[in-house]
Design a protein around this ligand. Structure first.
Ligand SMILES: [Zn+2]
Ligand SMILES: [Zn+2]
Length: 435
């Protein structure tokens, strides 16, 4: 229902533009190819009209397709839920515990993060998923995860049909469905032409669809397990990263603090019930969250503010010693740089020898940072970037829209640390984990 309403409602028509992106185009093509091929092959392998087994098989196929598409469009068009523009906490004193998003002109509610792609602050943001061209967050967490569960199940069923069809067509030319209703041999003898001729091209198409189905099963199945981990711990990918940085920060400064992640309700079942409900709508309003004993609403946001303050100190100044043309997989920077390019849509930055960069995180061969331009040399103004996950993961960060700030990835071998800066003796964020 929700999906229908959100598609039909006029003010949401502009949401249809979400379809015009490589993610949904590829995802829907894969769904269409696998479903259509599975139905064609199902007719050949297990004739659906005269046998109970065949009917059940065919109805199940249609059922997978409908449920997959329903959850897919639900995740895409219902969306994660956005923090309203200009939002502030009811008690204005609480503002001091929250970060402010300049783009949305609102405070960032607990667990929300600004998504650059959506250009909004997203409630309980987990990540921006290019396949639904939307964020995965508070409102669509359940439908998104259901999609991740149903897609592999449907693909396994389809893969089974593809294999059985190719097998029976290759070795028998008379399918199981025909023979089981005993119109098989006589019918085949009378009219040797099957309803759908299964030639070489049909065989190739089935094989192609089989590859797609198996690939989808593995890739999407892995994503399902990641999302289940997120839900059962009640800790989004971004929050895992914040927690890791909290431990890092406390360890680094040797303060006696302990950081307790506030949203894990103690049992997997309780965490599960927060997301999956009978009504299909996640528990809560997206602003206030049940927290563990000893924690309060702003336990996590206060930690984020501490990290933000700490980040300025821990960014490291680097200088470019080689030119870099901004290619994702540069050919001239060595094989390891070529093959370990970060799998993210985040930009690369072009470097010229002598450029100065402030790095905030890094992988073994790559680093992420901001180019120090004449307009933005004052690193005291650096703010806003809220959090990020490791390589390839979701991340957020507010960007100024004036285009003055140049941020992105660059190969580590193109730069060297500036030693004259007293702040540079400190380890780069993330470095310890990747070495
Ligand atoms: Zn925002
Ligand atoms: Zn987004």
């Amino acid at each position: 229902m929700g999906v229908l309403c959100s598609v039909i409602r006029f003010e949401n028509l502009h949401e249809l533009r979400r379809l015009c992106h490589w993610g949904p185009i590829i995802a829907l093509s894969v769904i269409a190819i696998c479903s259509a091929m599975a139905m064609i092959d199902a007719v050949l392998w297990y004739w659906p009209l005269d046998t109970t087994g065949g009917s059940i098989n065919f109805i199940m196929l249609i059922n997978w397709t409908v449920m997959i598409l329903y959850n897919y469009f639900n995740a895409m068009f219902v969306g994660p839920g956005y923090v309203p523009f200009g939002w502030k906490p009811e008690n204005s004193q609480d503002c001091m515990y929250l970060q402010y998003c300049k783009i949305c002109q609102s405070y960032k509610a607990p667990r929300s993060h600004h998504c650059r792609k959506c250009n909004r602050c997203v409630m309980k943001m987990d990540h921006h998923c290019p396949w639904i061209n939307n964020c995965c967050g508070f409102q669509n967490h359940a439908s998104f995860t259901l999609f991740l569960l149903l897609a592999p199940l449907g693909c396994i069923h389809a893969a089974f049909i593809f294999v059985m069809t190719m097998y029976t067509q290759l070795y028998n030319r008379v399918s199981f469905g025909w023979s089981s209703v005993r119109i098989d041999m006589s019918a085949a003898r009378r009219d040797p032409r099957p309803i759908i001729p299964f030639g070489l091209s049909a065989f190739a198409a089935s094989l192609f669809a089989l590859g797609l189905a198996l690939g989808t099963t593995i890739a999407v199945g892995m994503l399902f397990f990641i999302q289940m981990k997120v839900i059962l711990r009640n800790k989004t990918s971004i929050e895992s990263w914040i927690e890791e940085k909290a431990k890092d920060r406390i360890n680094y400064y040797q303060t006696k603090e302990t950081f307790i992640f506030p949203y894990d309700l103690g049992s997997k079942w309780n965490n599960f019930k927060q997301v999956f409900t009978w009504s299909g709508i996640s528990e809560g309003d997206g602003f206030e969250w049940p927290v563990k004993e000893g924690c309060h609403q702003y336990s996590l946001t206060i930690e984020q503010l501490k990290q933000k303050a700490d980040k300025r100190v821990r960014s490291v100044r680097y200088q470019a010693i080689e030119d870099y043309n901004g290619a994702c997989c540069p050919l001239t920077k060595g094989l390891r740089t070529f093959f370990t390019t970060p799998c993210t849509e985040e930009p690369r930055i072009i470097l010229c020898k002598g450029d100065q960069i402030l790095a905030t995180r890094g992988l073994k061969q790559w680093m992420y940072g901001e180019k120090i331009t004449d307009l933005a040399t004052d690193d005291q103004c650096r703010n806003d970037e809220t959090s990020a996950t490791k390589n390839g993961g979701p991340w957020t960060g507010a960007s100024s829209q004036d285009g003055k700030r140049v941020r992105g990835w660059f190969p580590r071998r193109c730069v060297e640390k500036c030693l004259y800066d007293s702040e540079t003796d400190q380890p780069l964020d993330g470095e310890k984990k990747t070495r």
